[in-house]
Design a protein around this ligand. Structure first.
Ligand SMILES: [Zn+2]
Length: 454
């Protein structure tokens, strides 16, 4: 019997039994990256944590009954600024960054989401929502902007539970003169010359572009409907991003909630300090995978994955060299057993039970150690596969990072070819990898793994 899934819901501040609106179509939305630079290791946390949830939901409801949407924000001031800085087109910045992101997270053993919508491909949906908000009195046009009017929603703030006066005090610093209320936020704004722009909604003459919050409301609506099951992201997104998504979607559709369950992962710090560029401890996934920036060496993606799961997702995590070394030693021992080769993905009962308890991954890892102690190597191997650990860590294999980079890049191209059912191209890349001494394996769970031929 499958255990009852319980999840901590930020909306109610309690751990609740998960009851999907439709068990035949369980729907989850996770806020994805803004593509302007390499993703840092803090960005990897929600990607890994909610990948584990995706795998668990697929196990509990059947892979074909779970829809996981993780968006791409490809229109943003930071992207425009980066393009100008580098003297390249905006499209070049977004395409390059997106490719890097896909390569990086594939190395972390992350399944592709069911849908990966791009903001720039959902402008019409955003405009439709904005028109509705203006028509229903929840938004207004001012100085070529369209703004959401926060006082029009009596229970604004119910997700973050911040007192209104506190939010207002925070917003009062440097309030734009066209705002009716300091908390009012941008749904649509005019574009500077040369920046991406679209014909504006609501009779605004100047071309413009969407605000960040409306992007997620529109993409979630398009792919998951007016109300869906799970909305997740980092804890830093609760206010204002998620609060504003809730306001937009609920006021558009007149629904009591946008999503039934809101999940948030905790902060990540590095060696006991907040990660920041100014402190010099800012570390990207790519640097961990392919350079010696952290701890004087590179780290396999699986090690990063295990290290991330050693801390419960809601707790703050301290990212340390020592934790990576420990994770590597553990994983090396577990994946060296012959049972790991060719094991099918299946959660052992105690592992599944720990996962179902609000993704208690520290307990999961304790249970894996217990299986190891008890000599239950087949159950250990199957559980590791089910948790997304696909590649064996071997002492003797030490590839130069450039080669790993090249392999991952080829695999990313092959994944796109396979998604497009271009089997000839997929086979051609398999041969090219084979020539590099790399054996590719397509697993039943949809992942592709590789190893060096022995
Ligand atoms: Zn979002």
């Amino acid at each position: 019997m499958a255990p009852t899934l319980r999840l901590y819901n930020t909306l109610t501040r309690t751990k609740e039994e998960f009851r999907p609106i439709d068990p035949g179509r369980v729907r989850m939305y996770v806020c994805g990256p803004t593509v302007y630079d390499y993703a840092h290791i803090g960005n990897a946390r929600p990607v890994i944590v909610f990948d584990v949830l995706f795998r668990l939901l697929r196990h509990l409801y059947g892979p074909e009954h779970v829809v996981y949407v993780r968006n791409i924000t490809d229109v943003d001031d930071k992207i425009n600024a980066r393009a100008t800085e580098r003297g390249v087109s905006i499209r070049q910045v977004t395409e390059e960054t997106l490719r890097q992101f896909h390569e990086d997270i594939a190395a972390l053993g992350v399944l592709p989401p069911t849908v990966e919508p791009r903001a720039t491909e959902h402008i019409e949906e955003m405009k439709a929502l904005i028109e509705r908000l203006v028509a229903s009195g929840h938004a207004y046009v001012a100085d070529e902007h369209v703004l959401f009017h926060v006082p029009s929603m009596p229970d604004y703030g119910s997700l973050s539970r911040r007192p209104l006066d506190e939010m207002e005090a925070g917003a009062r610093v440097d309030v734009a003169p066209y705002k009716r209320s300091p908390l009012d936020f941008v749904l649509w704004k005019p574009s500077k010359p040369g920046d991406p722009s679209w014909p504006s909604p609501c009779g605004v003459a100047a071309p413009g572009r969407p605000g960040w919050h409306i992007e997620c409301s529109a993409m979630a609506w398009r792919h998951l409907g007016e109300v869906f099951d799970i909305h997740a992201g980092g804890i830093d997104l609760v206010f204002p991003h998620h609060e504003n998504e809730v306001a937009q979607s609920r006021c558009c559709f007149g629904t009591p909630v946008m999503a039934k369950y809101w999940l948030h992962n905790g902060f990540l710090q590095v060696e006991g300090e907040k990660m920041s560029k100014s402190l010099g401890n800012f570390v990207t996934i790519r640097e961990l995978l392919a350079t010696d920036r952290f701890g004087g060496r590179s780290w396999p993606g699986e090690v990063l994955r295990l290290a991330m799961l050693k801390t419960h997702y809601r707790q703050p995590i301290d990212w340390t060299v020592r934790a990576l070394e420990e994770a590597e030693a553990t994983l090396k021992a577990w994946t060296a057993y012959p049972e790991f080769e060719g094991a099918d993905a299946a959660f052992a009962a105690p592992v599944l039970e720990a996962l179902a308890d609000d993704l208690n991954t520290p307990k999961v890892i304790a249970e894996l150690h217990a299986l190891d102690r008890e000599g239950e190597r087949r159950a250990l191997a199957s559980s590791l596969r089910a948790l997304g650990f696909a590649r064996a860590l071997r002492e003797e294999v030490s590839l130069p990072p450039e080669l790993v980079d090249k392999i991952e890049r080829l695999l990313a191209v092959r994944r796109s070819a396979r998604a497009a059912r271009n089997w000839a191209e997929s086979d051609r890349i398999r041969d090219e990898l084979s020539a590099l001494g790399v054996v590719v394996k397509d697993n039943k769970d949809g992942t592709t793994t590789w190893e060096v031929a022995r």
